[in-house]
Design a binder for this molecule. Structure first.
Ligand SMILES: NC(=O)c1ccc[n+]([C@@H]2O[C@H](COP(=O)([O-])OP(=O)(O)OC[C@H]3O[C@@H](n4cnc5c(N)ncnc54)[C@H](O)[C@@H]3O)[C@@H](O)[C@H]2O)c1
Length: 319
């Protein structure tokens, strides 16, 4: 394992921090270079190298890859669904050009592997709502979803045309306590915990019965590393794999939090994110990921809520 040298781009984000820490644990701190537009990250300090880098600058990125003898890239920099709707051209430019920059460098430098996440946002109103299959009608209506769908086919193209070993997962909404979410439609499921801790109440920007596919961060990190460690011959999907964790609504997560904080109250004030949420499936069929590389989620809603509550409780001052 230690012959690999990994560059994580977008390492200061919600996924980046935890993925970088886990990769450093597995590959050794010095072998995992964290990179982000942000200058530094408190949570990553003293566990390995950190460089400030703009993934849009292909020349500078290329120099870093050569200078640091990088063999693998995890590209996490992106503009997410809710922020993307506020600035569609910025979202399209960053989400597409960052991927093309990385794929070109991977081809030229013959990198061993690339990881790039897609999202359940590739699906649109015409996709099946329940157990949405791997292969189905895909007609996204958000700029984020359009960029992810196009990105999936760029990954497939670079794999078929140039043999780049690029792998991808369509993450559901991710719930975590170490690093804050970066502007997605599923961010409510993280905010609700902080508001419960601090205010004992939460006003949700989605309606009570809005079911969405979600996943707890430890499952997301494990799925990523398991996919990346799988023998390439076993992978049959080179666009992006469906993976499933849990499906729940704001009303259900509020009830789960009430188990820990009986006085907790939730109210609802849906905004523009309701339309985004309603364009997505409510649950995902991940049979192909289970068959190809043995994917199996560990956290259900109760286990996730208990773990989040315990960790936030020990980290935050209470009111
Ligand atoms: N968090 C989720 O729920 C979720 C769900 C599905 C897919 N994803 C995907 O996973 C990936 C990571 O998501 P996240 O939630 O960690 O996002 P995030 O917004 O929390 O983090 C993205 C990071 O990228 C950095 N960045 C932005 N522009 C950059 C640039 N030009 N150069 C270098 N770094 C730059 C940001 O500073 C930030 O630290 C994205 O591709 C996202 O689409 C996330």
């Amino acid at each position: 394992m230690s012959k690999e040298k990994i560059l994580v781009i977008g390492a200061s984000g919600q996924i980046g921090v935890e993925l970088t820490l886990e990769l450093r644990r597995l590959y050794g701190g010095a072998n995992v270079v964290a990179a982000d537009l942000r200058e530094e990250n408190e949570l990553l300090k003293s566990t390995g190298p950190y460089v400030s880098l703009d993934v849009m600058n292909r020349e500078m990125l290329h120099v870093q890859v050569i200078r640091q003898n990088i063999t693998q890239i995890y590209l996490l920099a992106a503009i997410l669904s809710a922020t993307g709707e506020k600035n569609p051209s910025l979202a399209w430019n960053l989400n597409m050009q960052s991927l093309l920059n990385v794929l070109e460098i991977a081809k030229d430098e013959k990198l061993t592997k690339v990881y790039w996440p897609s999202s359940i946002a590739v699906f649109g109103p015409s996709s099946p709502k329940q157990n949405c299959p791997q292969h189905t009608v895909i007609e996204p209506v958000t700029v984020y979803g359009i960029s992810k769908f196009a990105g999936e086919f760029w990954c497939n193209y670079y794999h078929r045309r140039y043999g780049v070993d690029v792998r991808s997962i369509r993450y559901p909404g991710l719930i975590s306590y170490k690093s804050s979410p970066g502007g997605g439609t599923t961010d409510y499921a993280v905010e609700i915990f902080y508001q419960a801790m601090n205010e004992k109440k939460y006003t949700c920007f989605l309606k009570a019965e809005t079911y969405l596919p979600m996943m707890y961060m430890p499952d997301a990190i494990r799925s990523t590393i398991e996919l990346m460690e799988t023998d390439a011959t076993k992978l049959t999907v080179r666009t992006s794999y469906n993976v499933s964790g849990i499906s729940f609504s704001p009303k259900e997560i509020a009830l789960a939090i009430k188990q820990h904080l009986p006085e907790f109250k939730i109210s609802y004030k849906p905004d523009y994110r309701q339309a985004i949420a309603e364009s997505w499936p409510q649950s995902i069929d991940d049979t192909q990921a289970r068959n190809d590389w043995g994917w199996k989620p560990e956290y259900d809603l109760e286990k996730l809520t208990t773990d989040m509550w315990k960790n936030l409780h020990s980290a935050l001052p209470q009111k």
